[in-house]
Design a protein around this ligand. Sequence first.
Ligand SMILES: C[S@@+](CC[C@H](N)C(=O)[O-])C[C@H]1O[C@@H](n2cnc3c(N)ncnc32)[C@H](O)[C@@H]1O
Length: 250
Amino acid sequence: MSDRREATLRRLGLVPSAGDLIRAALGGALARAEAARLAQGAAPPAVVVLDAGCGRSSALARHRARIGRFVGVDIHPPAPGALPYLDEFATLDLCTISDAFPPATFDLVLSSFTVEHFADAGAAFANLARWLRPGGSLVLTTVNRRHPFVAAYLGLPNGLRRRIQPLVKATAADAHPLVGACNDPAELRTALERAGYGEIRIQAVGHLARAWGRRRPAFVLGLVGDLLTRGMPSRRSTLVVTARIPGPAA
Ligand SMILES: C[S@@+](CC[C@H](N)C(=O)[O-])C[C@H]1O[C@@H](n2cnc3c(N)ncnc32)[C@H](O)[C@@H]1O
């Protein structure tokens, strides 16, 4: 999205953005993980992270210098050389493969705009919980079915939605099949609690104009959607969630 459109959104008070919240969540989780590793005597950078459903970009890449081992997984393999910041990549379905990593491998898992694609979000959350160390953090973002536009979009017949997706996404490669089976704050909280997470914090933020902002008509539609729910926090389009596996605090 252009700087001008971003400035318009900030002027209209559509802040913080989902990006702002994700950056703050990742910064806090990384600092906690660094302190925990240091307390165990590991020399930095010792933090081990997973981007679960890493696609073609990662909000963790900017922190590369603070990360000892950076792993990405996705159901689709990336183009050769597309993810230069990763140390390892594995092609796998997070909803079905539970033994890809030993238990307690990661200090921090990011799963960004993936839950809406999961056929079995509960199984994916349980796998990620198993792979996180005690005290480790999960940061995830997804769409909120309580927003009327999101609900309408998820409710479209698959064929029609497949035709619309490339209009709001940057490229066809970003248009993945949608399931949306665990996409409201209450369902997410229940699924995360069942999978063993604690300290669950769910924030809802208007993100449609930013997500759809590359083309003017989609940007304007997104802006209307964001303004419509500005005064209704639980109905905003996008959920930014932090949760932790119970264990020693850093
Ligand atoms: C909307 S993209 C988000 C990509 C990236 N995380 C980001 O924020 O730009 C969703 C990603 O989740 C992946 N994905 C969907 N279902 C998955 C599954 N069951 N297991 C692993 N990856 C999955 C897709 O292949 C895609 O790369």
